[in-house]
Design a protein around this ligand. Sequence first.
Ligand code: SF4
Length: 275
Amino acid sequence: MLITPFDPWKSSMCTCPKKYSFSPYTGCSHACLYCYITSYIPNAFHARLKKDLFRRLKKEVGKVDTYISMSNSSDPYTPEEEELGATRKCLKIFKEKDVPLLIITKSNMVARDIDILSDMRASVSITITTLRDEIAKKMEPYAPPPSKRLEALKNLSKDGIPCSVRLDPIIPGINEGEVEKIVEAVAPYVHHIVSSTIKPRNDSMKRMGALIDMDAYEWERHGNTFYLPREMRFEMLKRVEEACRQHEISFAACREGYKFRAKSCDGSHLIPSYK
Ligand code: SF4
C-alpha cells in the first residue's frame, strides 16, 4: 500500500492524531546529517519514485477517512521533484478527491504548487532549523537554504495557505541559541510551530559526530532512539514555547512528553474545514 496509517514506531511519546502517511518518493536526496531514515531505508539519500505511483494512488485515495501527511520518511519536494513533477501530479489527484492534506517539506519548491494548494484543503509545514544558510548547508546539504524557505512561507501565506513551521531538530551547540530568532522570523507567516529536540539513532549519531561532540551529552535510550536528558530538552522547548507565546502562535512539541495546549502537534488543525 502507498497510503498507510501513520505509525511513529508505536512511540508512547507520539501525540499525533489519527492520520495517513504517503510519500511519492522512497528515500530523500536532501541527505540531512541528523536524518535517521538511513536506519530503515536502503540507499536512503538517493530518492526514487515509487513504482507505478499514479495508478496505485488513484486506486487507494478513495479509501482514506482522515487527512494524509505527505511526507514523513522523505521530502515530497526532494530535488528530483523539479524535473519529475510527481508530487504535483499527486496533488492534483488529492484535489480531485477533496482529500485533506498536510504537506511537510524542507523545500521552497512547494510554492511552485500554490495554484493547486490554494484550491484544496491543505496546510503546509516547512521545516526551519536555522536562519544561517551556511549552517544549514552543513546540516541539510542538499535542501534549499532557510532564506528560500522563508520566502516560500511568505508567498504561501500571502496566497492564503495556512502554514506552520517545524523547528526540528533543536541541536545543542548548533541552533539552540537561535530558536527565539527563528520564531520571530517566521511569526508573520505562520499560525503554529511544532518543535523537537535532536533524537539520533545509531547511524545518525555517527554522522552528527562531524558537527558536535556527541559524547558530551548523556543520551537516554528510548527504543532505537536516543534522547537528550529530559531537563535539557524541556529547557530548550520552554524557550520555543515562550517565544511562540510572545508572537501569539500556537506551540506544540513532537515526541517529547512535553505538555502543550495547541489543537494538534503536527499543525493538522490548520487544514481548512478539517477541524
Ligand atoms: S528532508 Fe527529512 S527525510 Fe529528507 S533527508 Fe532531511 S530529515 Fe531526512
